[in-house]
Structure formats: structure tokens, C-alpha cells
Ligand binder design. Sequence first.
Ligand code: HEC
Ligand code: HEC
Length: 474
Amino acid sequence: MNHIRGWLVTAVSSALLAACSDYQQSTPQFEELPPPLTNVSRSLEAVLEQGTLAEACNEYAASPNDQHLKLKCGKYQFFYEGFDTLGVPVPIMRLLIEDFSEYVGPGFVGLGMYEDPYSEQRFPLGFGETQALSEDVNAVAYTCAACHFSQTDDGLYVVGLANHNLLYGDTLAYMTVAPAVATGVGIDSHPPESIARVSPAVEQALAEGRFNSIIDKLLSLRDIALDPVPFETEQLWMSWQPGVLDFFTFPFPEDGVHIPIRIPSLFDIPTRTETAQFNMRHALLTAAGGGGSLESFVRGFVLTSGGDLERWDAEARSPLVDYIYSLRAPQNRNPPDAAQAGRGRDLFERQGCLDCHDGKAYSGRELFSFAEIGTDDALRYFSDPELDGTFCCGIVPDADSELTQALKAPRLTGIWAHKRFLHNGSLSSLEELLCLNPRAAEDLRQGMSNRGHEYGCELSLADKQDLLAFLRSL
Ligand code: HEC
Ligand code: HEC
């Protein structure tokens, strides 16, 4: 019931705020409370704090005891901080925005991203400045917002919501394959799947006479050594559903196993106090549940993305950590019928769902074996392709992270706004999960099975509808 608590806190603080502003009129010396940050809104400008995020970390540095400014700085980091991680050359960003305007375009809207209303270059939200590639070539890196910020179908922008519209594999293909298709240089080293995916955009660009514009941008990169993409990796990119990706593959450390994972939302992540309250061994972050805490996850993200941990030490990362801890699931604005959801709540308990989903925000307190749950088990190789109990790929874990070869039950709050289900994203609706709609034919490629977790599939139609109503009320 933490989302309710979250709403209460918001309601109470706005009531306080209203009270304070009344009070202030009569007693001008009363110090005004800062307005709470806007993390859910129909207005993108409101979510971006009307363009004031850019200054937030400087303001926090000047007033390091101000918790509000710390959160606002964390919000800046969430949207805009590259943490000196691996970057995309800015000319490639411009190529996608300007030359492939119809297929990708400003804000990468064609790839499931959102245009930053405060970016003069019309960049998407979800990229931030990072270390330059040379004196002349600047770069931008993915930020948290690329994957963990999205708009619901009914128009709400929600910070922390998994972006299940994101075409991550296509994005990488546009960045690396499209230039080869446009110029013909090195075309043989790309598989037909990725060439076919980007060709319509390239043909359109050439028909519009943009060849010179493309070549100019590519020439500006001639002194930069860009690693070639392995042929097989590109084929995997083309196999991912929207909102699904395997992070441990080129350009990031390669673990040699295909483990597609859908993007999770970042609401209601358990703090250390809460993991103790729920008697969990730690926060069980990531689908395999090996991430001990948000603090260690963020450290690991910076490290595996090639960032600079000396500059970005625990203190420098802490605004982002505090900000993410503050994120709550948005309330469903088309709530299911309350009586029906109430019956679903009872079923959730009586049918044994709650036995496994009994932690914070209905996550599990323990981990489960793939044999028990029956969902795709490629994940057991996560960060440990040899299954020898050691982290691969240059991952240097901190003390509270571990290899599990197991699976967690994810948090369920905000699930009404999700579009991909199960850890590998192999289902596209809760109806499929409860076998109300048949599941699509199984995809037998590694990591792609949609089998398993058939709890509730044997219930009557009416019971399933009650359960759905309950799940969509969370
Ligand atoms: C390119 C997309 C992408 C970007 C960028 C990204 N993430 Fe994620 N994030 C994912 C995916 C996919 C997972 C699932 C990984 C897994 O389960 O192993 C994930 C998992 C997480 C989790 C674990 C959540 C849970 O409930 O288990 C946290 C926390 C998280 N990300 C925070 C961040 C932060 C903080 C940033 C920015 C510094 C960030 N992510 C940037 C895609 C992304
Ligand atoms: C034996 C433990 C167990 C039981 C019983 C169980 N679950 Fe789960 N649940 C899990 C695990 C583990 C996952 C993650 C599966 C995966 O991602 O492959 C999960 C995933 C889910 C998801 C998908 C979450 C997402 O974001 O993809 C939903 C919804 C869910 N469970 C609801 C239920 C309901 C409803 C019931 C009862 C009818 C139930 N569960 C019974 C362990 C359980």
C-alpha cells in the first residue's frame, strides 16, 4: 500500500503548502516551503521543472544542507547527467535528427523517445553531455531518463515509468548501420536484418538530397576510432521488442549470452530500512535479484558504462539515489471498479499470489528458481556465463551485490501503465499473463520464451477479471 502512502504524503504536503501560503500573507517573515517536484504531469515542461533543472546541482552545492535542492539536483542527474560514460558522437545524433527526420527525427520520437523542449538542437530527453571524443567531437551518453521515463497512453508523463515504447536495438542500428548503408562503406559486415531495418530511412534521405549532409557529418568523425559491431550482435538488436534490451552486449561489456530484459519502472524501490522491515536479505534489484541496494546499482551502472567512479563517488551520486528513492507509482486515472478490485485483492491472497508477492509494493521477499516459476531461464547466466560463481566482463561488484542464478518477483505498483511483462518482456499484456488472451506462439530463440508463471490461468473468467482489476489498481 506504499503508493497510497505516497499519495497521502503529496496530499498532506500540498495541504501544508496551501496553509503556509495563507499564513505567509499575514506573517511575511515565515519561510516558504519549496513546492514539491513534479514527477507526474500532462505537461512535459512541468515535469522538467520549467527548464530550471540545469542550475539545480550548482544551487545544491551552494546549500548542501537543503534536501529539496538535493532532490532537484538528483532529478537533473536523472535526465541530463552522462557520468562520463561511453558516448555517442554529436554528429551522429544530428544525423539521425536532421537527415532521417521522418523515421527518427527531432527528439528521436520515431524511436519511442521524447523531444526535450529545452534543447536547442532538438535532442531527445535521455541523453546528457559526457567526455568528448576529441578536441572537435563532443559526445552525449544515455541517461536514466532514456529508459526510465515515459508517457502513459492517456497522456501522463511519468518519471520512473519504464519506457516500453523505446526501440533501443533500432536506435543502435540507426547510429551504426545507417551510415554504412548511406555510403556503402563496410556494408558487407552488416547482417541483412539490420540493413533492411534502416534502409527505408536512408532511401528517403537520399531521395531528399541529403547525401552531402550525411557525408559532412561522417567526415567530421574520420579521426575517431569507432569499434566495429559484431555481426551477431546486430542480429540480436533486431530481435528485441520495444522496451526490451540486453545491456551486456556491444558497446558495453559482452558476456557472450543473449539475455534480453525488459526495462523495469523505478517506483517504490526498497530502502535499507525497508529491506530490514520486510526481512529481505537486501533490495533484490534487477530481474535476477542480485543488486543489493540502489546505491550499489547506480555505482555499477556508472562502472559498466565506462564512467568515472573517482569523480562520481558515492557522495556525488547520492542526489540521484535520493531522488529515485522518492519516486512513487502514479495513480491510475481510469481506475478499475473498486468492488471488483476488492474481490481481486481477496483472490490475490486466497490463490496464493501473496505468498510470493509479499514484500514492498508486492515484490517478493525471496528469490525463486527458474524451475519453479517456469519462465525463460537464460537469465541464470546473468553476469556469469560460465556459471562458475564469479562476475564476468570486468564487473567489480561491491559487498552487497551477488550472483543469484535465480529470479525475483518484481514490484507490481504502477503495472497498469506497463506494456511488457515477465522479466524478458515476452508478454505484452496482463491478459496474456493470466491466459485470458492466448499467449503468442513461443519464440524458441535463447532468452525469448514466453512460457511459465501460469498462476491464475486455471481460474474462471470472472475471477481473472477481478484479479486484473486489482492489479490495475496498484
Ligand atoms: C538503455 C536503457 C537503460 C538506461 C539508460 C538505464 N537503465 Fe536502468 N534498467 C534498464 C534495464 C533493461 C533494467 C533491467 C536490468 C535487469 O533486470 O537486469 C534496468 C534496471 C534498473 C534498476 C533495477 C530496478 C529493479 O527494480 O530491479 C535500477 C534501480 C535502474 N535500472 C536504475 C537506473 C539508473 C539510476 C539509470 C541512470 C544512471 C539507469 N537505470 C539507466 C535499462 C536502462
Ligand atoms: C511461486 C511464487 C509466485 C506465485 C505463487 C505467484 N507469483 Fe507472480 N511472479 C513471481 C515471479 C518470480 C515473477 C517474475 C517472473 C518473471 O519475470 O519471469 C512474477 C511475476 C508476476 C507478474 C508480472 C510482473 C511483471 O512486471 O512482469 C504479475 C502481474 C504477477 N506475478 C502476478 C501474480 C498473480 C496474480 C499471482 C496469483 C494468481 C501470482 N503472481 C502468483 C512469483 C510468483
